[in-house]
Design a protein around this ligand. Structure first.
Ligand code: DAH
Length: 390
């Protein structure tokens, strides 16, 4: 006889007439409940929802006010007990009720039902059906298995270009320079005119510069911030200017329409070319290594006079000449020069009182040299296989 069938009958119908028989009838109900509880715990649940459903079903089966098994015991056994058995039935009933309430409380029960892992690839229903008929405990997975590896929460890292930018910044910050920034959408005046770049200069035409309208463009270098900073702070001034720049270049392994530069500017009284050389030589040794040799070649930029190009001894062939340095033994790393008096004037600084030196470098190029990267496009492709290496 199932427990349902038992509790739907009265004690008299069950031929329970003595105190001992009452106690064993109650003991059977308690053990039926305990077995059910053990069974659902053994079988476990596939997920949180199923676990909650199993716990609630068990609770309702035993504790529902109208049709719950405990209510049946109350109605059929306790209420209909003959007077001489009432005291013992009453005590047994109270004991059973305490036990059922303690065992079938939903949250407690849920915490005991383990979540089972589905075998990989198996369809949910057949898998759980198979599990239910398998040997008890066979498919059981512990809720907390302390031997399992923990969850790895991957930490991101700074983009290699940002890392190199910060490394360069740190060297100049250590020398007392401060960081200045400016807009990426710039006026033709700041980007070209104020920097002494004449109307006829090829860099100004549509083929090299991305114009927004005739007077506005995406800055082609960080040099316009020289003017903005001079106007804002006056002299003396020791700044570096990191930032994104744009040019109308077709992408290839060494060109990208979006790239980063760092500009340097020192304006003070008695600034000479020796200050420029000393500082940039110090910087090159800090960035590329103490043994690095530097060389200064004459060059031309409209905003500096004289202008120069800094090269470092090729690190790959140690100056002997190789494919990387195009057999010259030297690799160019930046443009520099003594700030043109007109540029100081555009910045609102008196060129008779102050002089200055400046430089500009491409951050991607530095990152490529540092990490031996041969394609600038890698910086913009967001390929995790590349980025994860930094
Ligand atoms: N603005 C130049 C460029 O984009 C780089 C440069 C050269 C900056 C010399 C300077 C400098 O400040 O003095 O190619």
């Amino acid at each position: 006889m199932t427990v349902e069938e038992t509790v739907r009958q009265t004690l008299a119908e069950l031929q329970v007439t003595g105190e001992e028989a009452v106690r064993s009838a109650f003991a059977e109900v308690r053990s039926a409940m305990e077995q059910e509880r053990q069974r659902i715990i053994r079988e476990g649940a596939r997920d949180e929802t199923e676990r909650q459903m199993i716990a609630k079903t068990m609770r309702d089966r035993w504790l529902a006010r109208k049709q719950g098994l405990l209510a049946c015991v109350d109605e059929n056994w306790l209420e209909k007990a003959p007077p001489e058995l009432k005291p013992v039935v009453g005590r047994q009933f109270n004991e059973l009720r305490r036990k059922v309430i303690a065992s079938c409380e939903v949250s407690g029960l849920m915490s005991e039902i383990p979540l089972m892992e589905e075998p990989a690839g198996a369809a949910g229903t057949t898998a759980s059906a198979a599990r239910r008929t398998a040997a008890p405990g066979a498919a059981r997975v512990q809720v907390t298995d302390l031997t399992l590896p923990g969850y790895r929460r991957p930490l991101g890292s700074l983009h290699p270009v940002t890392q190199v930018q910060r490394e360069i910044e740190a060297i100049f910050l250590g020398l007392g320079f401060t960081i200045e920034t400016g807009p990426e959408i710039e006026s033709v005046y700041y980007n070209f005119d104020a920097l002494n770049i004449p109307e006829s200069h090829p860099s100004r035409d549509d083929w090299d510069t991305l114009y927004i309208d005739s007077q506005t463009l995406l800055r082609t270098h960080t040099s316009p911030v020289q003017i903005r900073a001079m106007r804002k702070h006056g002299a003396p001034l020791y700044i570096i200017i990191p930032g994104r720049c744009y040019r109308r270049d077709n992408p290839d392994s060494t060109h990208s329409p979006i790239f980063h530069q760092i500009e340097g500017l020192a304006v003070d009284t008695h600034i000479t070319f020796a200050d420029l050389k000393g500082t940039l030589d110090f910087f090159a040794r800090k960035f590329f290594g103490e043994k690095t040799r530097t060389s200064f070649h004459p060059s031309f930029f409209p905003f500096t006079e004289p202008s120069g190009e800094v090269a470092i001894g090729c690190r790959f062939c140690e100056g002997k000449g190789c494919r990387i340095c195009k057999q010259s033994g030297w690799i160019e790393v930046m443009g520099c020069g003594i700030v043109h008096p007109d540029v100081l004037r555009h910045g609102g600084i008196d060129p008779l009182r102050y002089t200055g030196w400046a430089f500009g470098l491409g951050v991607e190029r530095y990152a490529m040299m540092k990490y031996d990267i041969n394609d600038i496009q890698l910086f913009l492709q967001s390929d995790m296989r590349f980025l994860e290496q930094f």
